[in-house]
Design a binder for this molecule. Sequence first.
Ligand SMILES: Cc1cc2nc3c(=O)[nH]c(=O)nc-3n(C[C@H](O)[C@H](O)[C@H](O)COP(=O)(O)OP(=O)(O)OC[C@H]3O[C@@H](n4cnc5c(N)ncnc54)[C@H](O)[C@@H]3O)c2cc1C
Length: 584
Amino acid sequence: MDMTHETIFGGSFLLTPIGSQPQFTPEELSEDARAVGQAAREFVDGEIMPKDAEIDKLDLDLTKELLRKAGQLGLLGLEIPEAYDGMDLDKLSGLLVLEELGRQASFSVTYGAHTGIGTLPIVYFGNEQQKAKYLPKLGSGEWGAAYALTEPGAGSDAMNSKTVATLEGETWVLNGSKMWITNAGFAEVFVVFAKVDGRKFTAFIVEKDDPGFSTATEEHKLGIKGSSTRALSFDNCRIPKDRLLGEIGRGHRIAFGILAIGRFKLGAGCNGIAKEVLKYTLKYTGERTQFGKTINNFGLIRKYLADMATRIFVAESMNFRTIGYLNEGMRAATWDQPDAAKQKMDIMDEFQMEASIMKVWDSEALGFIADDSVQCFGGYGFSAEYPPEKIYRDNRINRLFEGTNEINRLIIAGQVFKKFSNHTLPLRKDTAELPKLGTGPLARAEQAVELAKRQAQYATAACLEIAGQKLIENQEAAARVADMVTEIYTMESAVVRAAKMSAAGHRWAELARDCAEIHVNEGCGKVQNLARLLLAEVLEAGALDQAMADLRAFDLYVPVAGAKLRDRVAAQLIEKGAYPIEHY
Ligand SMILES: Cc1cc2nc3c(=O)[nH]c(=O)nc-3n(C[C@H](O)[C@H](O)[C@H](O)COP(=O)(O)OP(=O)(O)OC[C@H]3O[C@@H](n4cnc5c(N)ncnc54)[C@H](O)[C@@H]3O)c2cc1C
């Protein structure tokens, strides 16, 4: 069964045979996309990295200046329609820019909040007058943008907002407060969520100088110290009636739709940082000598290096695949159509499972990479004089914002459960027609992914049959479902990309195959264990024994010698001095 983009839907990868879905890869980037990535790289090399230390001292004038420079290069208007002086490029361009900007974590957060959660609510939900007023200035960097959802008492439970808006004649009056707002120290434009009449969750545009609006002092944070984060206060804050954004009572659509877009971007940014971490870790481990050898000769250090590259390869494969789905879906929705914004948001909604997978996996991969880098530097990794210390702190936020990873795991599982119950995802609970070993260089890995899909389907279906939708209330069980699904999506994305690179005779095809095999070698064991533990959460006595026996039918994968693969990957990394698969 070969699928087309029209037949792919969120989560469909769980059902379809490996390789049957079209999968976009970095190797298929167009010249235009490469040019955008290249421009971003030059900007980061020339303007951002030389000011790394200054940025992290939180110099708001410098931040604004850098945003304006990014604006001059068009990097702030990638997703703004041309009618409002933007470039109206696809989501891929944003991914490439964020991969580059990710190298400076603080500025990357500033940029992401400005162009993503700050600007996109107006792109997608603003009326003509609002778009004309705000978008050209946000695209040029003349104005900065922020997005204010979180409150002191309403974080993950954002709908529990206590900020209220009341219409008094031609004026909205806002009262309440917001917490942890990125870019608050310099932004001119704030997208703020409040409840009309204390009930109807609604979005508004607040400007910096509106009466009754103020920002608190900067938060002192663990990391991303060069990114502005402040609380906001609305004390009878009066804004004109026409600053209502979208419809009264429809704020959740804006708040959560835009956050889903933010999750894709966050994933891309994490991978950009990861490449930078690998680069300096390769340099250090190639210089540091112990026992008469540079430490990159030791098997366990080589394992760290190879695992870093593997995680980068996997993340990249998954990120580009997912962006490919979005782009295909959004391509048809051109801005000249009256319901273009709705069509685009619907596509985002469809792939919210994949957005959450990207967010969770990429942020945790970067967590492992940052931690392994500290380990490779030994005691020096613990010193602020060396680079791993900063990224160890900076990367931690990625597991917290844009929905914590717990909330995102619940979103992934919730999507699976919903789609199972409405028969969109008819998961199989049987051991018939087991995937066979095929041919080709990645045959074993391909079979392993197929087996993992069947195992995950079996265990999830068996539990849903008994617990129904209430399975979500057993959060450990739900997280195990999310982790199986995530592992499968990452394994499949890596294997399919590696197979494509092999078929094309790509220069780094062997490295790609090795990375895919390393990932599958560990990943299919994880899925197996997760499936067992999931079943144990719900099934009892004889039913559990039977299910465990059934699961053994899927246990056909014979592990490969990981050390050999890792050694080969490490050798190529050491020779190149960086993650070698370059986009441009
Ligand atoms: C540096 C920084 C920048 C930020 N920027 C912005 C911004 O620009 N705009 C904005 O609106 N917000 C922003 N945030 C806020 C961020 O999105 C929230 O911190 C996040 O959503 C978590 O909310 P919370 O901090 O209130 O934690 P809580 O919601 O109190 O969560 C605490 C813990 O409980 C867990 N938890 C909560 N509910 C559940 C549940 N139902 N099931 C299982 N576990 C649960 C969480 O996963 C977490 O581990 C930022 C935060 C930081 C630190």
